[in-house]
Design a protein around this ligand. Structure first.
Ligand SMILES: [Fe+2]
Ligand SMILES: [Fe+2]
Length: 300
């Protein structure tokens, strides 16, 4: 049975790489923006792999609604992958880059593609749980983006919203194709354990590398250190708050739709539509309208 609650809409990103300033966290914590940059490095190859793993078993899905959801999932992930590849290319310079890590991610995904179809899809389902819990936290705490310009907020909040819209698709494909018997459940849990360690360590290592490469701006000033300390607290809070949601994944009867994200999705669909309208307005050379100035990203 398909229990997907949210319609899956494929939207184009309005992210403009040419407008990305290198220190897009101006006036805010370098730590938080380096963490998000590190996260972004995983998306282009990661999301291409997610699509690959679902496509490989798609012909075994008989539910027409789930087939439609798969199309939405593929469309959304393709757009995310493209936008984050643009961001990743624009943010990296000679002395500020994660090219070695990007290569490791490419190699890791290539290795994963040699594993069984069930193991590949179990990896995608685990990653999708991570993206859903991060998205939930970001959309519930938009003040984390204070100080980011609209270009960057649009990128992250657009992606977060769509992750919630398609949060259950890979999971449902896994259940329809491989079932929820003991071996399939054991694989789902095993993949989550492995991925949790690799994902968290990888993100932490990339964030640390960026902080060091950018130490002049990130570490060598007392105000920046204070901002980093404040955001370390926010990150610790995020880990604590998302822990029960993370642990729920190991339950035999877990389903992503057991948590109702519909109100959060509705709220951000509206907010994103207002923001997109405003960005398009500005692209045509008009100044910001008073209505949009009052409502833009005003949810707290
Ligand atoms: Fe995505
Ligand atoms: Fe996703």
């Amino acid at each position: 049975m398909n229990t997907t609650a949210a319609a899956i809409t494929v939207r184009h990103s309005l992210f403009r790489p040419e407008q990305l300033s290198r220190h897009y966290f101006s006036g805010q914590s370098p730590l938080m923006s380096h963490l998000l940059t590190a996260l972004s490095m995983t998306f282009p190859k990661g999301e291409q792999f997610f699509v690959h793993s679902v496509r490989q078993v798609r012909d075994q899905v008989t539910d027409p609604q789930l087939q439609a959801d798969i199309s939405g999932f593929i469309g959304q992930e393709a757009m995310h992958s493209q936008a984050h590849a643009q961001f990743n290319a624009a943010i990296q310079k000679e002395d500020y880059q994660l090219h070695a890590y990007e290569q490791q991610i490419t190699n890791g995904m290539a290795t994963l593609k040699t594993r069984s179809l069930r193991r590949q899809l179990a990896a995608t389902v685990a990653y999708e749980h991570f993206t859903a819990l991060i998205a939930t936290h970001l959309l519930s705490h938009p003040s984390l983006f204070n100080g980011f310009d609209d270009n960057m907020r649009q990128l992250w909040l657009w992606h977060a919203l769509e992750e919630l819209e398609h949060k259950s698709v890979a999971f449902e494909v896994y259940q329809q194709v491989f079932g929820n018997d003991a071996p399939s459940l054991a694989q789902r849990r095993r993949s989550m354990r492995t991925i949790s360690v690799g994902f968290v360590m990888g993100i932490a290592s990339m964030t640390k590398t960026l902080l060091w490469q950018d130490r002049k701006n990130s570490l060598l000033s007392v105000p920046k250190l204070l901002l980093n300390a404040r955001d370390s607290y926010y990150i610790a809070e995020m880990l604590l708050k998302t822990l029960p949601y993370y642990l729920a994944y190991y339950r035999a009867d877990f389903h992503p739709n057991h948590i109702d994200h519909q109100p959060l999705i509705e709220q951000w669909r509206e907010q994103l539509a207002i923001n997109n309208e405003q960005i398009q307005h500005e692209l045509k050379g008009y100044s910001r309208s008073p209505r949009a100035a009052n409502t833009m990203w005003s949810v707290n």
